[in-house]
Design a protein around this ligand. Structure first.
Ligand SMILES: [Zn+2]
Length: 454
């Protein structure tokens, strides 16, 4: 593999307090050198990053890649390529596949498919319970040994989706045991916070809009009851609970309460919950249907403030591709979820940076450094010797979202047709360029030959 020299970009790495224009040299899968102007080896490929931000690669700790079981909707390879196009050098795949990722062999399968895809890295997340049935704990040790980086109850098991009986861990006792067990393997338990009896039958946020539309709502309390339960169980067990896709102001207040007391709770918010409200549901657009649902403007504001002050630790996509026909159903019957890998950066830049909530440095922290640190993953840093997982993006590029151009098989995006700011220019994993959007690569040898001739 040839060394890669990223030339003249703004090097941004909050984990190193780095924010300066310079060069970055990648060699042998590692960050080899950093500085004002690196001479570098003669055989290096040179990428001109003038006007672009060069940051540690983004890491998405929450996505659904649908393989095995629903390869018609997404595969590990298409998901990993979509991730790379979105600037993600690594993603964590949720376990609600068919069969469920709940044992050593199924975790190993994902690891092998990801290696074959040779795009973004894919880390499997194992199920908390066997078959995601919420009854018997899965073998965490075996799954971790095979490459799982966390356990979660997120997402409906595919096989039972029609029966609508997939549910988060409803039993507090099972969650307590999961947190104790996960602690011995030093991995987080990622919880999808939803009290199933309160959310039952709901298809959007409960409030004035749901009443006007005649749709059954899901109250904020369905999430918040589980948020406080999990925080208390983290205190009791000493385990690390990571709260998936936090969507309400009340949840933010509870997480703040837990963190102030030193409880081991971390949390993520999704780009859609940071940018859209329940108003998007008004025309019964099923691309605005997700779980938890889009909430109110007050919730969006509280989430933005929480990402800013660190109460919410990181941004994760909850990328959830669905088949076009399935999303074409009546609103109440359509499946939950939207694709997000290829719009996450731009939605975050447009709604958080341009709106003054985050600096680009903060954004890189929430999308790269914080996920690496909390999930103990490689990357998240531009320091010498770190994995050469790097994202280069244009902070000012304006573009119109066209889902037909996504590398994901999914097209279900509420951002269809919107103009957003911020776009991936180049994604590099272990020193190899896995995605490039128009940005040229020059060979230094050719350059020198030209100069000699000149
Ligand atoms: Zn999810």
């Amino acid at each position: 593999m040839k060394p890669v020299l990223l030339s003249g970009g703004t090097l941004l790495d909050p984990s190193q307090n780095l924010n300066e224009v310079g060069d970055l040299l990648l060699a042998d899968g590692e960050i080899a050198a950093r500085g004002g102007a690196i001479e570098g080896p003669d055989d290096a490929d040179v990428i001109d990053c003038d006007g672009l931000i060069v940051s540690p690669g983004f890491i998405d700790v929450h996505c659904h890649l649908r393989e095995p079981g629903r390869e018609d909707v997404e595969t590990i390879a298409t998901g990993a390529r979509a991730a790379a196009a979105g600037g993600f050098t690594a993603v964590c795949a949720m376990p609600n596949t068919d069969p469920v990722t709940d044992n050593q062999a199924s975790v190993g399968f994902i690891v092998r498919q990801a290696q074959r895809a040779a795009a973004a890295r894919v880390y499997p997340i194992g199920a908390i319970s066997v078959g995601q049935e919420g009854k018997v704990l899965a073998e965490f040790g075996e799954m971790v040994g095979a490459g799982a980086v966390a356990v979660s109850d997120d997402g409906k098991p595919v096989a039972s989706a029609q029966l609508d009986d997939g549910k988060p861990v409803a039993s507090a006792q099972l969650m307590r045991t999961a947190l104790e067990y996960a602690r011995t393997f030093k991995i987080p338990v990622i919880d999808h916070c939803e009290e199933p009896t309160l959310s039952d039958g709901g298809s959007m946020n409960e409030g004035i809009v749901s009443a006007q539309l005649g749709l059954k709502g899901i109250p904020a309390e369905a999430e918040e009851i589980m948020v406080i339960r999990d925080i208390l169980l983290a205190r009791l067990s000493g385990g690390h609970v990571h709260l998936a896709h936090v969507s309400t102001k009340g949840s933010v207040e509870l997480i703040r309460w837990g963190k102030e007391r030193g409880i081991n709770v971390t949390a993520e918010a999704c780009p859609h919950h940071l940018s859209l409200t329940e108003e998007s549901v008004r025309d019964y657009d099923t691309n605005a249907k997700m779980n938890p649902p889009l909430r109110t403007a007050k919730d969006v504001e509280a989430l933005r403030e929480a990402v800013k002050d660190g109460t919410i630790d990181l941004i994760a996509t909850d990328h959830a591709p669905h088949h076009y026909d399935e999303k074409e159903r009546e609103f109440a019957d359509a499946p939950n979820g939207i694709v997000g890998l290829e719009t996450a950066l731009a939605v975050a830049v447009t709604n958080l940076v341009e709106e003054g909530y985050l600096t680009f440095s903060d954004l890189v922290d929430r999308m790269a450094c914080s996920p690496a640190r909390l999930f103990k993953l490689p990357g998240g840093s531009l320091k010498r010797g770190a994995a050469a997982d790097v994202t280069v993006f244009d902070p000012k590029a304006r573009w119109k979202v066209d889902p037909s151009r996504f590398l994901s098989k999914g097209r279900n995006s509420p951002y269809n047709g919107m103009i957003l700011v911020g776009r991936t220019a180049c994604t590099i994993v272990a020193g190899s360029v896995v995605y490039r959007s128009g940005i040229p690569v020059r060979s230094r040898e050719g350059e020198q030959m030209n100069r000699a001739r000149g």
